[in-house]
Write a protein that binds this ligand. Sequence first.
Ligand SMILES: [Zn+2]
Length: 337
Amino acid sequence: MSELPLLPVTAVGSYPKPAYLLEARRKYLRRQIDKETLTELERRATREWIQIQEELGMDILVDGEQYRGDMVAYFADELAGFAIAGMVRSYGNRYYPKPVVVGPVGRKAPVTVEWFRYAQSLTAKPVKGMLTGPYTIAEWSFNEHYPTRRDLVLELARAVHDEVVDLERAGAAFIQIDEPAIHTRPQEDFELAVEAMEIVTRGTSAYTVSHICYGDVPKIYPAMLRLAVNQLDLALKNEEFALLETFRTAPFTKDIGLGVVDAHSHRVESVDEVAEGIRKTLRVIPAGQVHVSPDCGLKTRTVDETVGKLRAMVEAARLVRSELSETQERGNVRVRG
Ligand SMILES: [Zn+2]
């Protein structure tokens, strides 16, 4: 695998599903097609997204999660100990299937490894392994089995750790553990989330990322820098980089996955706009620590919007990279002179 450039460009995880796959998922639920037919179309959509990312010139690719519905229900379905309670309302008008823990949780078999292997087989670029973290799985489930939530979170952490080990064995050099629920109860629970992440990433030599989107990040900063991962991937664009003020209060000691395009807006950002967001960030966090990323998964955007946003990210990263090397060259001339 080739070395990463400065300001490597990546994505958070999900991409929209093409129309033929949405149709196939509906048919599968009505039992009009079998699992193999659905899987074949999920593989086709994965191939298409890998090809799009390669053509755009992204640096660390994702499989686009074409085989997933919800990020928690997907893992709950695959792990032992869960049942599905039906649809629960989250913020706004979003409904999601909320899992119930009804017995001891654990892996029956590797969950994501086959999809990782498949996506990685399609490209020479690194593909990120993509997992949902134990705190978020526990927070978005009902617990009817464990005496405390702590017991549940730590048991889930061990299951997710096993998946990390298997992904690394399968060749994953980058592994992301999504924890969007981490700031739900920062006072009571942040230490628990830290302890859980230590279990998840213990002993791995893969480069680890945790995606934490939206919510009250200032409330968990700088404590969040204690999470046992190399990179925190965060949404900056949706609040126009207001978080940079928070990061000025204490040095950002990890790498950052810098959200530079709004995952919830139809508008495709211009290259200049994205480049300006990166430049602003480099006044607070050194370029060597910055990966360029969307704010969140892009599954709710259209395919065209997604490609437009990814392209703006790639071109903006190129632009800022060339500005940085010009500045450096001028610096060198000055030193030599
Ligand atoms: Zn997110």
